[in-house]
Write a protein that binds this ligand. Structure first.
Ligand code: ZN
Ligand code: ZN
Length: 233
């Protein structure tokens, strides 16, 4: 087992989702987290590695659009919390009803760009999970232990991946606060319970790597917990 981690970040899709590739330094075995878009490009970026699993931090469209093609290209199972099936079904239903993908508070700004358009030629994920993730479960990849932490609130299926020195938080925790809870199936009190756990259970030096944008640390964010609760978002 190793306490060293190599993280690779690829940015893909309309909402510039961070796709994370996680491995031990001396192994080609890796996990790919949140396949946002561009399946061919993502597959090319990991062609030097053996992808053991494609992990979803949650099943919002901007984290899964590269499925199912990417899963075929890298020949890896899709691993997610069982509630991902419900979240994805809701995403599809809303998109088909509205005629475009939802981008939360950014929807109005992004709609005219065409970035939220449904591409009728695109094969979409069928919501099938090859391996269900549970809180406390450990994924071992090339000697690296990656622990699953159920962190609902942004969505019911939200998971954070914890490994030595690093947390991949999906849309649960960003620099400056929790992820959005204005989406359907979201809940502010629930996400704050998840965020408080992450900011109190891990060392201040641990890195926080979210589903969009820049990384931060536990120590940089923990002092703001009460302020976030007070402002209510
Ligand atoms: Zn999300
Ligand atoms: Zn997102």
């Amino acid at each position: 087992m190793t306490d060293r981690v190599v993280l690779r970040r690829c940015v893909a899709g309309a909402l510039e989702t961070n796709t994370w590739v996680v491995r031990a330094p001396d192994s080609r075995d890796a996990l790919l987290v949140d396949p946002g878009d561009d399946p061919e490009r993502l597959a090319a970026e990991v062609q030097d590695l053996r992808i053991q699993g494609i992990v979803l931090t949650h099943a919002h469209w901007d984290h899964v659009l590269a499925l199912p093609l990417l899963a075929e290209l890298v020949d890896a199972p899709v691993l997610a919390h069982p509630a991902a099936t419900e979240v994805w079904a809701h995403e599809l239903e809303q998109a088909r009803k509205q005629g475009h993908w939802d981008a939360g508070t950014a929807t109005g700004e992004l709609l005219p760009t065409g970035l939220l358009d449904l591409d009728p030629g695109r094969r979409l994920w069928d919501g099938r999970i090859d391996g269900e993730l549970a809180d406390g479960q450990e994924l071992v990849v090339g000697g690296l232990v990656v622990r699953v932490v159920h962190t609902p609130g942004h969505t019911p299926d939200g998971v954070t991946l914890a490994m030595p020195g690093h947390l991949l938080t999906g849309d649960t925790l960003f620099p400056g606060g929790p992820g959005l809870t204005g989406w359907p199936l979201s809940d502010f009190d629930t996400i704050m319970t998840s965020v408080e756990h992450l900011l109190t259970a891990y060392d201040v030096a641990v890195g926080i790597h979210p589903g969009h944008g820049d990384s931060t640390t536990v120590g940089a964010e923990a002092p703001s917990l009460q302020a976030w609760r007070a402002r209510g978002w």
